[in-house]
Design a protein around this ligand. Structure first.
Ligand SMILES: [Zn+2]
Ligand SMILES: [Zn+2]
Length: 158
């Protein structure tokens, strides 16, 4: 693996559980570690690492892609995503993986990853009167506090 990819891998290996990074967020974290990799190299590397089966490319509700480590069983997990505010939780379900493995075996394919994304509306959005009573940019408190934590850690660095 190239030194750049080693560095990117290291960032993902040290992420707290349940974190998913966009290429931009990854770029910020790499710089925080005192490394310099250009954003365009980051974009290229994560794409390639996803194709190598090292990273998982996630199509969460938000427009841009997020990445996390592609972890084999038993750390394998799926996502529940709120389509209003992108609040994302992870869950495990081995039966989905088992069914997929069986299907792959039958056809001679090698399984690299198996991910289920369940589109939802979070409890807070329901309480707030989704869909008609909510402004389009409304966000639940959990997502707002996560966003603030991220912004603060970037500020400390600068
Ligand atoms: Zn995840
Ligand atoms: Zn929500």
């Amino acid at each position: 693996m190239t030194p750049q990819r080693e560095k990117i891998l290291h960032v993902f290996q040290n992420l707290p559980k349940g974190n998913h990074l966009s290429a931009e967020e990854l770029h910020t974290l790499v710089e925080k570690r005192g490394e310099s990799i250009s954003l365009s190299t980051i974009y290229r590397s994560v794409k390639l690492m996803a194709r190598m089966g090292i990273l998982r490319e996630l199509e969460l509700a938000e427009g841009h892609k997020h990445y996390e480590l592609n972890q084999p069983y038993p750390h394998h997990h799926h996502h529940v995503v709120c389509i209003q505010c992108n609040n994302t939780i992870e869950f495990r379900d081995d039966t989905i993986l088992k069914h997929s493995l069986k299907q792959c075996k039958k056809e001679g394919f090698q399984l690299i990853d198996c991910q289920l994304t369940v589109m939802t509306i979070c409890p807070e959005a329901i309480r707030m009167g989704w869909p008609s009573a909510l402004p389009t940019d409304w966000c639940c408190t959990r997502v707002i506090s996560e966003r603030e934590a991220k912004e603060n850690s970037t500020k400390e660095h600068n």
